[in-house]
Design a protein around this ligand. Structure first.
Ligand SMILES: Nc1ncnc2c1ncn2[C@@H]1O[C@H](COP(=O)(O)OP(=O)(O)OP(=O)(O)O)[C@@H](O)[C@H]1O
Ligand SMILES: Nc1nc2c(ncn2[C@@H]2O[C@H](COP(=O)(O)O)[C@@H](O)[C@H]2O)c(=O)[nH]1
Length: 211
């Protein structure tokens, strides 16, 4: 009984486990993440990554990403400011230590939206997140979603589809992800995601109620 009590106490003190959302570009990670943030106000916090890609219309510096030059990003990486970084579709992306700490300091569930290289790099850290892979139902549907989003040039689209092909193979690797969710019907995928995160959501709600 005491063992269970102390292990619960220790896990509450450690704060909620972060969540890694990964999967091909266009699979629906940002869409699902946005729904979580809207439904659970004050439960989740987004780890704002750095990137060297240009902002898309509607994206905000400091909210969607920290948009930086290659030189600034490389310097920060060399200074040890990042827990992981990767080159994706010709641009640099990375999770700074500060991005994660900012969210964890508020005792929120930290969500990282990162590519497969990031997943492998995070595995080598002590972050201990829940790893969720979001997949589209097929390559054809993925391509249609990416084209319809109208954010990519033909060149960028080709690179992203190639990365997606590799990603789909890796997502089947034993033990890499805690769960793989196929995002076909959005509401169904969202319900599945909530079930996976329920324990952490309840922990944050309970802690904030007792404060
Ligand atoms: N279940 C779904 N059914 C139909 N369209 C969807 C579904 N989920 C997402 N979409 C649409 O597909 C497009 C890609 O989704 P989203 O931008 O969330 O993908 P992503 O995985 O975050 O991509 P990236 O890694 O490039 O940021 C968006 O236009 C979104 O509205
Ligand atoms: N390894 C990392 N990957 C990241 C990070 N931030 C985003 N990403 C991934 O990049 C691609 C493309 O994103 P987009 O916004 O240009 O469409 C996508 O798979 C993201 O998950 C990061 O900090 N590290």
């Amino acid at each position: 009984m005491y063992v269970r009590y102390f292990s619960r106490l220790l896990s509450a003190m450690a704060g909620p486990r972060p969540v890694v959302l990964s999967g091909p570009s266009g699979a629906g990670k940002s869409t699902l993440l946005k729904k979580l943030m809207e439904e659970y106000n004050g439960v989740f916090g987004f780890s704002v990554s750095h990137t060297t890609r240009q902002p898309r219309p509607g994206e905000e510096n400091g909210k969607d990403y920290h948009y930086v030059t290659r030189e600034a990003m490389q310097m920060a990486i060399d200074n040890g400011e990042f827990i992981e970084s990767a080159v994706f579709s010709g641009n640099m992306y990375g999770t700074s230590k500060a991005a994660v700490q900012d969210v964890q300091a508020k005792n929120l569930i930290c969500i990282l939206d990162i590519d497969m290289q990031g997943v492998r790099n995070i595995k080598a850290t002590d972050l201990n997140p829940i790893y969720v892979s979001i997949q589209a139902p097929s390559m054809e549907i993925l391509e249609k979603r990416l084209r319809d989003r109208k954010t990519e040039s033909e060149e960028s689209l080709e690179k992203r589809l190639h990365a997606a092909f590799v990603d789909i193979g890796f997502s089947k690797e034993e033990g890499l992800f805690d769960v793989v969710i196929v995002n076909d019907i959005l509401e169904v995928a969202y319900e599945k995601l909530k079930v996976v995160l329920l324990e952490e959501i309840n922990q944050v709600k309970k802690t904030s109620m007792s404060l």
